[in-house]
Write a protein that binds this ligand. Structure first.
Ligand code: SAM
Length: 223
C-alpha cells in the first residue's frame, strides 16, 4: 500500500469522526491529564500540541501556562481543527493558536518551551515531522508523549482490545511495540512508564542542552 493510499484511507475517517471524537475517546482523558501533569510548565510558556485534533489537551495546558502562555495546536485534518477552533472561540481561549498543516511541513513560529504528542502514533513514526518539531524547541524544552502500545506477547486478549481501541486512529501499527523510540533518540533523561497493564505508555524527556548526542532511549519500565 502506498502512502497516498493510506492517506486516503485514514484522512476521511477524521472527517467523519470529528464531531463524535471527544465522546469516542473519553476513555483516554485520564492519560491526557497525566501527560500534561508530567510536564514542568511555567506561566507564560509556549507549548506545541502536535496533532492536537479537537483540542482536548488545550484546557489542561492553558491551566498550566496561564493567560500569558501560548498553545500552538498543529493538525492536518480541517474537521478536527474546526472543532478545536469552535472550542477556543466559545471558551475565550485567547492563548490558543492553530496551524492547519501536516506537522512535517507546518510553519511553526519561534521556539517553544515544550511539546506534547498525545495519541499521535503516526506522527511519532515520521522523522520529517520530528525534524520540524525539534527545530522549533529551545534547548532544555520538555517533551511528553502518551498513547497506545502493544502489551506483552502473552496478553492476547489485551492485545486484541488495544488493537480495536486504536485502529480508528492509527494509520500504520509499525513501531507500536515502542512508539516513543524515535522521539527518545532526540531527548535526554528520557523516562518511559507503561500504563494500562502495558497497553499504553507515558514518556517524558528534555531537548538536549549540550552538543553531546542524547543517551539512547531506555526501555519501558514502571515508575
Ligand atoms: C488520534 S488524534 C489525537 C488528537 C489529540 N492529540 C488527542 O489527544 O485527542 C490524531 C490527530 O493527529 C492528526 N494527524 C495525524 N497525522 C498528522 C500529520 N502528519 N500532521 C498533522 N496532523 C496529523 C490527525 O488529523 C488527528 O487529528
Amino acid at each position: 500500500m502506498t502512502r497516498t493510499d493510506q492517506d486516503t484511507r485514514i484522512l476521511p475517517a477524521y472527517a467523519h469522526q470529528a464531531m463524535s471524537y471527544d465522546s469516542d475517546t473519553s476513555i483516554h482523558q485520564p492519560w491526557r491529564q497525566r501527560l500534561v501533569e508530567s510536564l514542568p510548565l511555567r506561566a507564560g510558556d509556549t507549548v506545541l500540541d502536535i496533532g492536537c485534533g479537537t483540542g482536548l489537551c488545550f484546557p489542561l495546558l492553558l491551566d498550566r501556562v496561564g493567560p500569558t502562555g501560548t498553545i500552538l495546536g498543529i493538525d492536518s485534518a480541517p474537521e478536527m481543527l474546526a472543532v478545536a477552533r469552535a472550542k477556543a472561540v466559545t471558551n475565550g481561549w485567547d492563548g490558543v493558536r492553530l496551524v492547519a498543516e501536516p506537522v512535517e511541513t507546518a510553519e511553526i513560529p519561534g521556539m517553544a518551551d515544550a511539546a506534547v504528542f498525545c495519541a499521535v502514533h503516526d506522527i511519532l513514526q515520521s522523522p520529517a515531522a520530528l525534524d520540524n518539531v525539534f527545530a522549533h524547541l529551545r534547548p532544555g524544552a520538555w517533551v511528553a508523549a502518551t498513547g497506545g502500545k502493544w502489551p506483552a506477547a502473552w496478553q492476547v486478549p489485551l492485545t486484541l482490545f488495544v488493537r480495536s481501541l486504536h485502529a480508528p486512529y492509527v494509520r500504520d501499527f509499525r513501531g507500536f511495540d515502542r512508539p516513543w523510540r524515535l522521539l527518545a533518540n532526540r531527548l535526554e533523561d528520557v523516562r518511559v512508564s507503561e500504563v494500562a497493564f502495558g497497553g499504553g505508555y507515558l514518556a517524558l524527556g528534555r531537548v538536549t542542552t549540550t552538543a553531546e548526542p542524547p543517551r539512547s532511549a531506555q526501555p519501558a519500565r514502571r515508575w
